[in-house]
Design a protein around this ligand. Sequence first.
Ligand SMILES: C[S@@+](CC[C@H](N)C(=O)[O-])C[C@H]1O[C@@H](n2cnc3c(N)ncnc32)[C@H](O)[C@@H]1O
Length: 288
Amino acid sequence: MKSLLKNLVKSSFHWKQTLHIKDKLQKDWVTYEPDLIPPLALMRQEGISVLEEWFRWAEEWSMFLRVYGGITNNSAVLEIGCGLGRTAFPLRYILSADGSYDGFEICQNKIKFLEQTFHKAYPNFRFIWANIHNTFYNPDGEIRASDYRFPYADDSFDIVYAASVFTHLLPEIAAHYFQETARVLKPEGRCLFSFFLLDNYQPGKPRPLGFNRPDFNFDYQYGSYGSDFALVKPDNPEYMTAYSLRLLEQFATQAGLEFVQAPVTGLWSGSASSWVGAQDLVILKKSK
Ligand SMILES: C[S@@+](CC[C@H](N)C(=O)[O-])C[C@H]1O[C@@H](n2cnc3c(N)ncnc32)[C@H](O)[C@@H]1O
């Protein structure tokens, strides 16, 4: 690479152009399709401060979808709150042209990035912006999440998943999203949703790694949910939220979804000696 750069400089390239080429060589070293990796400024908006968080989380969800979701290369998949396409990124290795990925998201700049990059490279990966209100991610949003109809036909997906999205939603919205998920899932279709389960939260207990911060102190109750729901910042309720399993079982039953197995415990709470992913994973299917 050094000699290539030297030659480029020698052949009287403008230095800025040379830097651009050097940048590109470094980007190519990071991934096979560097254009699908968002710029740092966008990453930071998603709370990603180290590139490792992009790849590690992506692979974690690819594994969840293969092991617990039963994804195949011709599955029809929906992601709620697709962010910058971090979990779509590894799915390009799984879904063939006969499969499809749809994602919707409430931050317009994230969808703009995905339309200009991912969708152009993989037309069967489609992204939709919905200007839904969220106190943390989209405080100026005009649509109430609890009124939002997912823009897809009934019975159209094999899998619906949400990676760290219910961790930023209030209970009324979560209940509605369970209903909408059941509507758009095919019978027997699966959903994988990650949560911070209050059943695993032990106030005051030191938590591992980055979770050992006040950002994960679920110490405030909300509305009439008592000990079944908690949040971290009462002045910004959707900053971070946590649910009891009991409340999720209610939402599931009301929506016509059933638990496939017990939740898969995550690392975050530090309450388990064995864990699979970072957050707790709930696996449901649409009742027949
Ligand atoms: C922690 S990020 C995770 C993003 C993505 N799922 C990932 O795994 O990289 C949470 C995402 O949920 C989105 N979000 C928040 N409220 C939402 C809602 N009501 N409906 C859909 N997405 C929402 C946010 O805009 C944000 O992109």
